[in-house]
Design a protein around this ligand. Structure first.
Ligand SMILES: C[S@@+](CC[C@H](N)C(=O)[O-])C[C@H]1O[C@@H](n2cnc3c(N)ncnc32)[C@H](O)[C@@H]1O
Length: 212
């Protein structure tokens, strides 16, 4: 159990809405979940850390990937819960729908991905270690996994430990996940500051896939 390995209390990955995630994500949400400033900050960070010409994996995605418009990648593989959202994403070369709270194995080869992203979604994973270990498996050694988050979420679908923590706690939790999943060189970057009623915060925690 992820809770035990991470030293968290029983129930840490419970959700207020215990229905299957397919029900909540059935309607397409063709909206932005963070404001323009937070998106611009994340895109700027992606510009520096995601390898141009590489194969990217956007896990837990939707119709936008926040990638720099001027940079071409060999492939951008999308994943999420809603086919209509994923089909509308102009950056994807291909995509797949998979509930990562039920089906943990990614349908991707070992060491086949140059960088991966999880944007404003890590709080919905109930078995984060298992999923991040899968990300480590498919990433090439040294490749970055960028986990971006803000202070908004679908409250009823966020796990209990996320609901109990503030922004600094979220960064520490994501670092903890990455460390236990075997990632190296873990760093937290504050990309945009929160100003009440004015601007969304954006934080990115990055880990590098281990060499095996
Ligand atoms: C707030 S949206 C973020 C979408 C996108 N990454 C973005 O930046 O706009 C949360 C996303 O988490 C993903 N998600 C939530 N629960 C999931 C689950 N059980 N399995 C896989 N993906 C899930 C869905 O793809 C959903 O679109």
């Amino acid at each position: 159990m992820d809770e035990q390995i991470l030293g968290l209390a029983p129930g840490a990955f419970d959700k207020l809405d215990g229905d299957e995630d397919e029900i909540f994500y059935a309607p397409a949400r063709l909206v932005c979940h963070i404001d323009d400033g937070a998106i611009a900050a994340l895109t700027g960070f992606y510009r520096t850390i995601l390898p141009a010409g590489g194969v990217l994996l956007d896990l837990m995605s939707s119709w936008v990937s926040h990638l720099p418009a001027e940079i071409a990648y060999a492939q951008v593989i999308g994943h999420g819960m809603n086919a209509e959202e994923l089909a509308a994403n102009p950056r994807f070369s291909r995509w797949f729908v998979q509930n990562l709270n039920r089906d943990l194995r990614l349908p991707l080869a070992d060491r086949s991905i140059d960088a991966a992203m999880i944007c404003v979604s890590i709080q919905y994973l109930q078995q984060p270690l298992a999923v991040l270990r899968e990300a480590a498996r498919v990433l090439r050694p040294g490749a970055p996994l960028v986990i971006g988050f803000s202070n908004r979420c679908f409250w009823t679908k966020a796990v209990a430990i996320w609901r109990a923590l503030d922004d600094a706690g979220h960064a520490a939790l994501v670092e903890h996940y990455l460390r236990h999943a075997g990632f190296a060189a873990i760093e937290t970057h504050t990309l945009a500051e929160w100003v009440e009623d004015q601007s969304d915060p954006m934080t990115a925690v990055v880990g590098r896939a281990p060499s095996r």
